[in-house]
Design a protein around this ligand. Sequence first.
Ligand SMILES: NC(=O)c1ccc[n+]([C@@H]2O[C@H](COP(=O)([O-])OP(=O)(O)OC[C@H]3O[C@@H](n4cnc5c(N)ncnc54)[C@H](OP(=O)(O)O)[C@@H]3O)[C@@H](O)[C@H]2O)c1
Length: 346
Amino acid sequence: MRVFVAGATGVLGHRLVSELADRDHEVLGLTRDDSGDRVVEEAGGVPRRGDVLDRESLREACASGGGPGAENGVDAVVHAATAIPTGESPTADDWERNDRVRREGARNLTAVASEAGADRFVQASVVWLARRPDGSAFDESADPNPDPTTQSALDAERIAREAGRAEGFESVVLRCGFFYAHDSAHVRTFGERLLDGEMPIPGGGLLGRRDADLSLLHADDAATAFAAAVEGDAAGLYHVVDDDPVATATLLGALADRLDAPDPRRVPRWLAKHLADEDVIRLLTNPMPTSAGPFRRDFDWEPEYPTYREGLDAVVRRWRADGTLVETPDGYEWRGKGKTRPKGEA
Ligand SMILES: NC(=O)c1ccc[n+]([C@@H]2O[C@H](COP(=O)([O-])OP(=O)(O)OC[C@H]3O[C@@H](n4cnc5c(N)ncnc54)[C@H](OP(=O)(O)O)[C@@H]3O)[C@@H](O)[C@H]2O)c1
């Protein structure tokens, strides 16, 4: 297949390019600069410059890949572009940019998918946009319950599904759990703050003792799920998460253990908001337990990291192997502190 991936340089995207290339697909990866080109090339894809907010640039990017003699058009398009703020104090403008990448990106990419003759469109989304107010488990049939940061993800889902119906291609919406990986900016921040003894365990209730169960997904498993969705026949809305929703306190405690970091202390949500980014605290304190049963059944998919336990082992192993985490007589230290996503590392 010839697959066009928007978001090809991201945590999910560069893994997806690599996974699709390994499966012998021709992958056109959308990039915006030289370093993005290198990421896509190293992953085995063909870089194509463009911006999801600029439809004409997407048309050109889709049409020109493949080298001399290659056919124009693509078989599948993936929208995995996002501009989720990862800094300490995101502004309203930062979130607005993310909303535009989701909504306008979905409009532009579905239009270009239709023009390029694609049969399949795969839209990335987040499971926590349907979490229940009472914290109970939910599935794909649950009514959406978006907050101001996830409304645009819900809108992008709708745009992808309506365009599929109108234009005659299959739309697959993958609502994923919270990504973690050695090159995820949030996970790196958690690790740094745990080692510094500055990462609170935020919880509900007056004393912060009420835990939230989070649904997670290792980014490597997200990539195999998206590749399965590109190749498969089924369509519709699916949750893609690992097998074991985990309480925030257990997750942060497990990461602290692996880093030989001090035990993080519990802090009530209202206080944690003053210590860390409010959006991250909201994510960590609102339960989102769900499962991937229908996706596993329809796409014959299984995660390589069924729980956070194997996944965190792999993350810390990788940090040690690539020198991100240096062992000293007093424990671990970060090398190159301040650098977040090591762009281009597989
Ligand atoms: N992170 C999570 O925990 C999580 C969980 C569930 C679902 N998801 C969803 O999965 C998808 C991928 O997330 P991620 O964590 O892999 O994101 P990421 O690492 O932040 O990567 C974002 C990607 O989007 C690209 N991008 C941003 N603005 C663009 C624009 N205007 N035009 C073209 N490309 C643009 C970036 O390109 P540059 O390199 O050029 O900036 C990068 O390739 C998103 O839809 C996200 O909502 C994420």
